[in-house]
Design a binder for this molecule. Structure first.
Ligand code: 5GP
Length: 205
């Protein structure tokens, strides 16, 4: 039997740089690391590709996925749905891949309810001024949306206590290194190593 992979949930407030950190992790050499592509109802941004960045869905299609219980979690965020397709996550975990979710905070808390064995990492900004300037400089949103995202970010920072790890995104490189170190140590947890050893013993008899 293949060893089940780890479910890694990277979350944190909008604008903190989750997408950038995730992209930097996936540029490095992690052969059995898989990014779980989310479904969303938001408009495709310039340069985004369906099935690579997101699965872009209509509201009707997304609501049909909710009704059929096809999502591990979902959230409505700044007027659009975002969610994680459940089947893909299950299949990849059971094939021994580490599955990486990059999702907002409400969704991460739902995953914690359904799959508490996951590893929950909260990415924080060094401070709120920095977060505001990151949201503004991203330049993809209007003023009203920026203010909504800032308000939400303040509320979300308080939810950090539900997570296993907090990583400060001062530089992308530092954040990536910290996340890689967390994953490495999680693989070395005694219960994981031990269950592999015991399984090996049974299989050899
Ligand atoms: P954006 O519109 O900037 O791509 O994403 C907005 C927010 O939605 C980000 O915080 C992103 O992490 C989050 N997000 C992306 N995919 C999912 C998902 O599948 N579920 C949830 N709950 N949030 C998601």
């Amino acid at each position: 039997m293949t060893k089940r992979g780890l479910l890694i949930v990277l979350s944190g407030p909008s604008g903190v740089g989750k997408g950038t950190v995730r992209a930097a992790i996936f540029k490095r050499d992690h052969p059995n690391f898989i990014y779980s592509i989310s479904a969303t109802t938001r408009q495709k941004r310039h340069g985004e590709v369906d099935g690579v960045d997101y699965f872009f869905k209509s509201r009707e299609e997304f609501e049909a996925m909710i009704d059929a219980d096809k999502l591990l979690e979902y959230a409505e965020y700044v007027g659009n749905y975002y969610g994680t397709p459940l089947d893909c996550v299950e299949e990849m975990l059971s094939k021994g891949n580490d599955v990486f979710l990059e999702i907002e905070v409400q969704g991460a808390l739902q995953v914690k309810e359904r799959m508490p064995e996951g590893i929950f990492i909260f990415l924080t900004p060094p401070d709120l001024t920095e977060l505001h300037s990151r949201i503004v400089h991203r330049g993809t949103d209007q003023k009203e949306i920026i203010e909504k995202r800032m308000l939400k970010a303040r509320q979300e920072l308080k939810l950090m206590t539900y997570y296993d790890y907090a990583v400060v995104n001062d530089t992308v490189e530092n954040a990536v290194k910290a996340i890689e170190a967390i994953i490495k140590s999680e693989h070395l947890r005694v219960n994981r190593v031990m269950s592999e050893l015991i399984k090996g013993e049974f299989e050899s008899k």
